[in-house]
Design a protein around this ligand. Sequence first.
Ligand code: ADP
Length: 255
Amino acid sequence: MDPILNIENVTKTYGNVPNQTKALNGITFQVMPGEFLGIMGSSGSGKSTLLNCIATVIQPTGGSIVMEGRSLTSLSGKALAEYRGKNIGYLFQNFELLDNLTGRENILLPTSLHNMPEKDSSLRLKQLAEYLEITDVLDRFPMQMSGGQRQRVAAARAMILHPKIILADEPTGALDSKNAKKVMEKLSGLNQQEQATILMVTHDSNAASFCKRILFIQDGVLFHELRRGEESRRDFYERILKVMAQLGGGSCNVL
Ligand code: ADP
């Protein structure tokens, strides 16, 4: 099986001499179809920089990022926007929903931008809304929803076009532990039932325990990998905590 994403020796340096910060220092890894991969590290370790490079929000200084054989670092302008819009779903810490659109309109926005036929989009919307338990908030505006509902609406928007990969940046960061758990259960379910490929950056060990594999980053370098085996989520969580303790980080959440 070919990887969906191939990250090869990616570096990112901010600023100019003498005020340079080397945020990524040679990152190499692959994401396989159907994976639920977490990237963990303490604050300032380079997680957001890495995700932003993959999301093509910023250009890496060196290395290559190839998605299904296409070099994302060499695409630009309209071709990049088109490729990104169709193939990558985004989930952000602060949901990034448009306040003046209802839940339904927010979710359907990518379908009109990318000409998805209406009968396909309404069927997909119905399926996702039922699964994500947001059917009854579809006609509300984001301000009329709880944080958990907003993030599940954002997840439906991210999934509506059947993207090749979901990039999630601290998706539980703005949620209380109960809502965070529900969002993670739903993401994990989409990964298992639809083989959705998810790459999630988080510093929350509890959220990370839903992943199948975790890469740990420190000072812009990957230094450890954990794979979830046959163990329970609690046991995986304990293993994650041990690695995070080595990083000087921790988790304020409990299972
Ligand atoms: P994390 O997401 O793990 O907290 P970041 O990727 O945000 O880490 O940051 C990695 C390093 O790069 C840090 O030292 C940070 O201060 C630095 N950095 C991040 N963004 C910028 C920027 N726009 N300009 C200069 N330095 C930056």
